[in-house]
Design a protein around this ligand. Structure first.
Ligand code: XMP
Length: 509
């Protein structure tokens, strides 16, 4: 399979570059600049893109690229830092600018350059740099300039080296997508055709090759990643797959039934559904400390999972729904940092497996969703909002009881129904109800009430690291509040949370 290797120098848009390349039909992979040449240049590589980065090529310990990479015979496009690195390695000069240039600039392009074919000129491009390229070797051609910088882009067509000082991957560069397309199709000779349909077909073949006639075990949580993973594996290896779904009793209304219905009845997955509600509830009895709740739930989950796995007997592979952003290595710093992430809060370590299968590790979250749609998963599962492993237990302040879980499920259901009705369900990153441990006085009819207070939390976010509270229209909030107090008898007060993260977190515990 043809691929573009995006060589990571630590810039903030690096993953976005890989995304943009995939968006126009070519598979792209982000690899650290510290990777060996043999990993970057393989039979499948058709071109390389050097990313931007926070360092200056003038620094003594500035990240570089493996020896001989510039002359590997494949086209290379350098972006910002990447362009400066190419210029300098080839014998040009880079100098520090007095002022950092940040923002939109009007750039004139040489449309004779294959990189700028069909690009209007002059046109707006996004700049974000401190250094600039001062001079280039004689056999290099300047292919774009702006009022601020003479060398906004360059090429050395024989050596297939191209560089741009601006960022074609961000939307603020008007023709950025076209430039990337030009690089891929005109310069690298890409065939294209990377889409979810053929990705699914290739993934199925790859899984079959990898698994052979072995058995695979997967913990199905009902979340997007594990659901898509299960569906893909089912298509590839059918009965060789066994999924274990642990119903902790901490899921939202109808969620457990839906997982069982879709996977067992519709997709005919070999599904072991364990009703472990009582086990979880009894272990959570009297526990109010949030960290202790998490710990208990994590431990109990593994315990139940292991018990079920042992009943199945020997299984060669454990499958996980790890996705691409979880495995990206950073090429900057002393050692490559590899984040490892487990959807279910930990791996069983008392069961032996020959290997781990991670069929989604090439995909971004929205690509996982697109794959889920391609495989025919229901919309509610494909577009499910993030849901924490410990479930509703960390949305109930204080002790978790069956009664409180039922109240919260009803409140949360109304909230989600009304958000969907208002057409906001894909606009808001995450929205859910919380049951506080506060009770307050109210009046209903002629009666005094003394009931629970719920809080509604809805946030917008890119990656959950920071978040802002969602500006839900007042009339939608009014409708939600009115339905909750009318339909859930144990609740007489509804609060809307207007704190951002930081300082608050998204979840309450
Ligand atoms: P916080 O509350 O830290 O949440 O702002 C950030 C995001 O992470 C989710 N979250 C979890 N997900 N296990 C998970 O799988 C957990 O223990 C957990 N805690 C928080 C949260 O829902 C939000 O999307």
């Amino acid at each position: 399979m043809e691929r573009i290797v995006v060589v990571d120098f630590g810039g903030q848009y690096d993953q976005l570059i890989a995304r943009r390349v995939r968006d126009v039909g070519v598979y792209a992979e982000l690899l650290p600049c510290t990777a060996e040449k043999g990993r970057l240049v393989t039979d499948e590589t058709i071109g390389l893109i050097f990313t931007g980065g926070p360092a200056s090529v003038l620094d003594e310990d500035a990240p570089g690229c493996p020896d001989g990479l510039l002359d590997c015979g494949l086209p290379i496009l350098g972006i910002c830092y990447g362009a400066q690195l190419i210029a300098r390695e080839a014998g040009g000069q880079v100098a520090a600018s007095e002022k950092r240039e940040y923002g939109s600039a009007l750039v004139s392009y040489d449309r004779e350059s294959p990189l700028f074919a069909r690009v209007p000129s002059p046109d707006t491009a996004w700049m974000s740099h401190s250094d600039h390229i001062e001079s280039l070797p004689d056999d290099f051609l300047i292919t774009a300039s702006s009022a601020n910088i003479r060398i906004a882009a360059f090429q050395q067509a024989q050596r297939q080296l191209y560089g741009v000082q601006f960022h074609p991957e961000v939307n603020n560069t008007n023709s950025g997508q076209r430039m990337l397309e030009n690089f891929l199709y005109r310069i690298c000779g890409a065939k294209g055709g990377w889409n979810m349909k053929n990705y699914a077909e290739q993934a199925v073949k790859r899984i079959r090759r990898e698994v052979g006639d072995g058995k695979v075990l997967l913990a199905l949580s009902g979340g997007v990643d594990s659901a898509v993973c299960a569906t893909l594996l089912q298509r590839a290896i059918g009965d060789q797959l066994t999924c274990v779904f642990v119903d902790t009793g901490l899921l939202r209304k109808h969620e457990a039934e839906e997982v069982i219905r879709v996977f067992r009845d519709e997709f005919k997955v070999n599904l072991i559904a364990v009703n472990a509600k009582d086990r979880f509830l009894s272990r959570l009895k009297g526990v109010i400390d949030p960290e202790q709740k998490r710990k208990i739930i994590g431990e109990e989950f593994i315990r139940v999972f292991e018990e079920e796995a042992k009943k199945i007997g020997r299984v060669e592979f454990l499958a996980q729904g790890t996705i691409y952003p979880d495995v990206v290595e950073s090429g900057v710093g002393d050692a490559a940092l590899i984040k490892s992430h487990h959807n279910v809060g930990g791996l069983p370590d008392h069961i032996e497996f020959d290997g781990i299968i991670e069929p989604l590790r090439d995909l971004f979250k929205d690509e996982v969703r697109a794959l889920g749609e391609e495989l025919g998963l229901p919309e509610a599962m494909v577009w499910r909002q993030p849901f924490p492993g410990p479930g509703l237990a960390i949305r109930i302040i204080g002790e978790v009881t069956e009664e409180k879980l039922n109240i919260l499920r009803d409140v949360d259901w109304i909230f989600r129904e009304e958000i969907a009705k208002a057409g906001l369900d894909r606009k808001i990153w995450q929205y859910f109800a919380v049951l506080t441990d506060m009770r307050s006085v109210g009046v209903m009819g002629d009666e005094r009430t003394y009931d629970y207070t719920t809080a509604l939390r809805a946030v917008t976010s890119e990656d959950a690291m920071t978040a802002d509270w969602a500006r839900i229209p007042e009339d939608v909030l009014a409708q939600i509040s009115s339905r909750i107090v009318n339909e859930v008898p144990q609740v007489n007060r509804v609060l809307y949370d207007i704190t951002s993260k930081p300082p608050a977190t998204i979840e309450y515990e």
